[in-house]
Design a protein around this ligand. Structure first.
Ligand code: NIG
Ligand code: FE
Length: 427
């Protein structure tokens, strides 16, 4: 008989919900529900129940070790796993050469104009076999699991032609099949203009619409469609054409918007009911107004603003206006070579002036919502997938973003199982 998993004597169980919500907005973002001195019972990969240790009725069968494997979490906190709703984790090699150029003073746009940036990654990806790309990506996947991530969105976009985009999307599918993470795939055909299409951007957009989208949809390789809608990359018109074509094939829009300029990307995302608009360094009153009352999740990527030295997006203004905010890592080789969501929380606090409660909501329930997953992930709620992590001994939940350089995650549980699984003895 399959035994359950009981975590008992938890100093504090964080982000609990009795009535699950899809997201939290505005003032609500500073509220965080917790249960102190708690237990959490997991069975069949799901959260079955939780409560206070003092309320255990004597003789309850789940507290009997033949019914459940028991973890004693004395002094430790339990959080729902992080949801990272924006990554480019499937890529080949790395771009630390550009890092030095950046330190010497070149901007992201200047590096891209010199053939660096996304084009550089596309070249490397072209020269890398699917198996090798899978192996490199899996190393990063295992790294983020150790950092506490339980659900991740992964974009294509370093292919820039059908064959290489398919290679990326197939690698994402293999990750889905072989990792305990919950994975969502996004087709980002319009990430950069390949050099051979210089001066012929419409033709490249035609290629995405007429050749790439139909094949990707017929192989069921993506659930979302993204465009880098920004100054110097793809225009509002390009974006609208691509989103309409993707939506015809059942792909849901998610956008890169307003990173490099007031591009109108936020408004176009809202117009097409995008699940999220991401980056948003250039956000003013009109953009905030357009997002209010919509289902589009504003998603900020403080790792890339930090790494590129961009002005920070106005998180406080957005939250004060009543908007929800999600935070994600943007893990990629050019603008955010880190998938450490605990560090993202710290940047949210330090750079974006978000409160610890707000950043915890932003990396759990709101970032789950930005992937369409908040019904099953992003909080400790009965019936949700049992993706949680147990911390080391810490004094408070605020300590997580506060101790910005420390690894405080001790045990990772994904789909109800401790990860990595302990090898069988004597086998
Ligand atoms: O989200 N802004 C566009 N795309 C990525 C960067 C990709 C790269 O530089 O490799 C981003 O920051
Ligand atoms: Fe990105």
């Amino acid at each position: 008989m399959l035994r359950g998993l009981l975590i008992k004597n938890i100093r504090c169980l964080v982000q609990t919900e009795d009535v699950p919500k899809l997201k939290v907005c505005g003032k609500e973002m500073s509220e965080l529900r917790t249960v102190e001195n708690a237990w959490l019972y997991i069975r069949d990969g799901l959260i079955k129940d939780f409560g206070e240790m003092s309320r255990i009725r004597s003789g309850e069968t789940k507290f009997n070790s033949s019914e459940a494997e028991i973890i004693d979490a004395t002094g430790r906190f339990v959080f729902p796993s992080f949801c990272d709703s924006h990554t480019h984790i499937v890529y080949a090699g790395s771009r630390e050469i550009e890092y030095s150029d950046k330190i010497r003073g070149l901007s992201y746009a200047e590096i891209a104009r010199r053939g660096g940036g996304i084009i550089n990654s596309a070249k490397k990806l072209h020269e890398t076999s699917e198996n090798e790309l899978f192996a490199q990506s899996l190393t990063r996947i295992n790294e983020i699991i150790g950092f506490g991530t339980g659900a991740v969105e992964i974009k294509s976009g370093y292919g820039l032609n059908l064959e290489d985009e398919l290679k990326m999307l197939r690698v994402i599918r293999r990750i889905k099949g072989s990792s305990p993470l919950e994975v969502k795939a996004t087709f980002l055909g319009a990430h950069a203009l390949p050099p051979e299409y210089k001066g012929r951007k419409e033709r490249f957009v035609d290629l995405i619409i007429n050749e790439m989208i139909p094949v990707i949809a017929s192989e069921d390789l993506a659930e979302f469609i993204d465009v880098f809608c920004d100054d110097g990359f793809f225009s509002i018109e390009d974006t609208e054409r691509i989103l309409m074509a993707g939506m015809k094939y059942g792909l849901t829009p998610k956008l890169h918007a307003n990173e490099l300029g007031f591009s109108g990307g936020i408004q176009v995302g809202v117009k097409y009911n995008a699940l999220s608009v991401d980056h948003l360094e250039c956000t003013g009153d009109d953009e905030i107004e357009s997002l209010l009352g919509t289902e589009t999740m504003p998603t900020l990527l403080p790792g890339s603003a930090f790494f590129l030295g961009l002005p920070d997006p106005p998180a406080r203004k957005m939250i004060n206006a009543g908007l929800p905010v999600a935070l994600a890592s943007d893990y990629n080789p050019g603008s955010s070579p880190s998938g450490n969501m605990k560090l993202i929380m710290s940047l949210g606090c330090i750079k974006l002036r978000m409160l610890p409660e707000e950043v915890i909501n932003a990396v759990t329930i709101n970032s789950a919502c930005a992937m369409g997953l908040s019904g099953s992930h992003g909080s400790i709620a009965r019936g949700k997938v049992a993706n949680v992590f147990i911390t080391k001994e810490i004094p408070s939940y605020e300590f997580m973003p506060y101790a910005f350089g420390s690894n405080l995650i001790e045990t990772v549980i994904l789909k109800g199982k401790i990860y990595p699984p302990t090898p069988l003895k004597g086998g």
